[in-house]
Design a protein around this ligand. Structure first.
Ligand code: ADP
Ligand code: C5P
Length: 244
């Protein structure tokens, strides 16, 4: 048709004045798979955007005195070890553009700080990282992109032994016992089954620069579409004219 595009064609285009909703990325994978490393690489490449990283670890429940006395029997890899309602509230609040006070968790004492929080402000990109961030469907449904970091179990165990003995105050025997009793079974029962929700699977974690480049290019494109719309508010109308 040669008729000019009706004004209703502009109704379907995004409102350039509308506040931009943050782009939410979920990053899951087994323990020590390189989730944090991949998140840091993504953050570095998105240096022109406001990005915040939320670790599911921050939402571990603090242990009671009785649980602390039998800490070697506590399963930190089961979904119930996390306060998922609070993680959901955090993700929803940040996605709506409001700030949130994220708890601070200590892996040595297995407790949250009673008085300190990390203040997280509104951002363009929110990254939710953790072994079980795909487990709860309500948290999962907030995500615009889901990434699973896939690293061989032997590599992960070797990294975990080094990290937990150096950074988390553990000895090798307790790391191996915990891995056999809780970490590996929970990976098989909860973490691996959640891989099916991933949009992108990154083999080898942080060693995979090509995958991280492709992911950040995609995020830039998604965020850029909104910015272009602000500069050229008629862009979508022009586009519809060409289609007529
Ligand atoms: P996650 O967040 O999945 O637990 P991290 O990114 O924190 O994993 O990595 C776990 C440990 O392995 C850290 O000590 C980190 O320095 C190390 N690590 C991560 N990726 C690599 C890599 N590609 N090569 C060597 N060491 C790595
Ligand atoms: O950083 P990463 O994803 O490895 O963190 C999750 C792991 O932390 C879980 O596999 C869990 O066993 C471990 N953990 C722990 N002690 C705690 C809390 C979590 O060993 N107090």
């Amino acid at each position: 048709s040669s008729s000019p595009p009706s004004s209703s064609s502009s109704l379907s285009s995004p409102d350039p004045q509308a506040p931009k909703q943050p782009f939410v990325i979920g990053v899951s994978g087994g323990t020590a798979s390189g989730k944090t490393t991949v998140c840091d690489m993504i953050i570095q490449q998105l240096h022109d955007q406001r990005v915040v990283l939320i670790n599911q670890d921050s939402f571990y429940r603090g242990l009671t005195t009785e649980e602390l006395q039998r800490v070697h029997e506590y399963n930190f890899d089961h979904p119930d070890a996390f306060d998922t309602e609070q993680l959901l509230h955090c993700a929803e609040t940040l996605k709506s553009g409001q700030p949130y006070q994220v708890p601070i968790y200590d892996f040595k004492t297995h407790q949250r700080s009673s008085d300190a929080f990390r203040q997280v402000n509104a951002s363009d990109v929110i990254i939710l990282e953790g072994i079980l961030v795909f487990h709860d469907s309500r948290v999962r449904n907030l995500m615009d992109m889901k990434i699973f970091v896939d690293t061989d179990a032997d590599v992960r165990l070797a990294r975990r032994i080094r990290r937990d003995t150096v950074e988390r105050g553990r000895d090798v025997t307790s790391v191996l016992d915990q891995y056999r009793k809780f970490v590996k079974p929970a990976f098989d029962d909860f973490v691996l089954p959640s891989k099916k929700y991933a949009d992108v699977i990154i083999p080898r974690g942080g060693d995979n620069h090509v995958a991280v480049d492709l992911i950040t290019q995609h995020i830039h494109t998604k965020l850029g579409q909104h910015d272009l719309c602000k500069i050229y508010p008629n862009l979508y109308v022009i586009h519809s004219t060409f289609q007529i």
